[in-house]
Design a protein. Structure first.
Length: 316
């Protein structure tokens, strides 16, 4: 398995042990205390080069670029092995997730300079966009948040199967670069009403729901793709992930869900079923596309998720 492939999850347990052993054996830092992992291909980074980023961050920060073959995993591991105390993810959701995945379970802090079109984690942490967040990324106060292991990968904000994955997969890249999250609205409209699939949801060992669904969404934070607040009561440090099962069938039922969502009203219980827990299993009657922190993944017939409590230190 190619560990640099973003679709392949890292071996979290072995990696954490080896990382901490390597830092202990090193004794002293061989790299600057702060390393920035920069994706020059991110949606809003057009025209931003390494020199400009370096100037914004300061001379004490080392800037390294991602590559088409490695979206940030290897660069982050190198920074950790060199004794870095903070790694700043400079890019979109994919860059942030790659860096986050390597930092989870360690004492090394995550800084974020959001340069993508979705910027899920940055939006939920209310971080400034682009280089306006450089100072916070370098010197901000760290807080601990949960991360969630899902099918061998980690997410910090959200994951889901069904409608949301199709919406993310089919959002036009050019529209995202030009108009940002409005691209997801156009993509969503193409999939309403969504094709239903059979699903069974098991939480902490107990089957809590079984039926036909258009989407099963998990949230560590409240706001998801498109800037919509789906989980208003979600807390990223409570050791639980929130789950919403969408059972809307007709255009009329979808209209009800969307209207209540936009007006920030409570959803009708028969259309949106809500749960929370630390261990979640979703089994499907057919293979359905899923997504993780805004990145689409190939169809699957099962999702297995477990919360890793307060496993990430992020500057905000």
């Amino acid at each position: 398995m190619n560990r640099n492939d973003p679709r392949n999850g890292p071996r979290n347990g072995d990696r954490t042990v080896n990382r901490e052993r390597g830092q202990a054996e090193a004794g002293v830092s061989t790299r600057p205390a702060i390393v920035a992992v920069f994706n020059p291909a991110s949606g809003s980074s057009s025209g931003l080069d390494t020199a400009a980023l370096q100037e914004a961050l300061g001379a004490e920060v080392e800037v390294v670029e991602t590559s088409p073959d490695d979206p940030g995993h290897g660069q982050t591991r190198d920074a950790i092995d060199g004794g870095a105390r903070c790694v700043v993810a400079c890019g979109g959701d994919g860059t942030v997730r790659a860096v986050m995945e390597e930092l989870a379970g360690s004492q090394v802090e995550l800084g974020v300079i959001p340069l993508g079109t979705g910027n899920l984690l940055a939006a939920n942490l209310e971080l400034d966009e682009g280089l306006d967040n450089a100072r916070c990324a370098v010197s901000g106060t760290a807080r601990r948040i949960d991360t969630v292991l899902l099918n061998g990968e980690r997410f910090a904000v959200m994951a889901g199967v069904g409608f949301d994955a199709l919406m993310i997969r089919d959002a036009n890249s050019a529209t995202k670069r030009r108009f940002g999250s409005i691209a997801y609205v156009f993509s969503a409209a193409r999939h309403v009403p969504a094709r239903l699939f059979g699903a069974t949801v098991t939480i902490d060992g107990e089957a809590v729901w079984h039926g036909r669904s258009a989407m099963v969404l998990m949230g560590n934070f409240g706001t998801v793709s498109g800037g919509l607040t789906v989980f208003p009561d979600a807390r990223p440090d409570d050791g639980c992930v929130d789950i919403a099962v969408l059972a809307a069938r007709s255009v009329r039922e979808w209209a009800s869900v969307v209207t209540r969502l936009l007006l920030r009203r409570s959803q009708r219980d028969q259309l949106v079923h809500r749960f929370s827990g630390a261990e979640v299993e979703v089994t499907l009657d057919r293979a359905v596309a899923y997504e993780i922190d805004g990145e689409d993944r190939p169809p699957t017939t099962a999702l297995q998720a477990s919360v890793d409590p307060r496993s990430l230190r992020v500057r905000c």
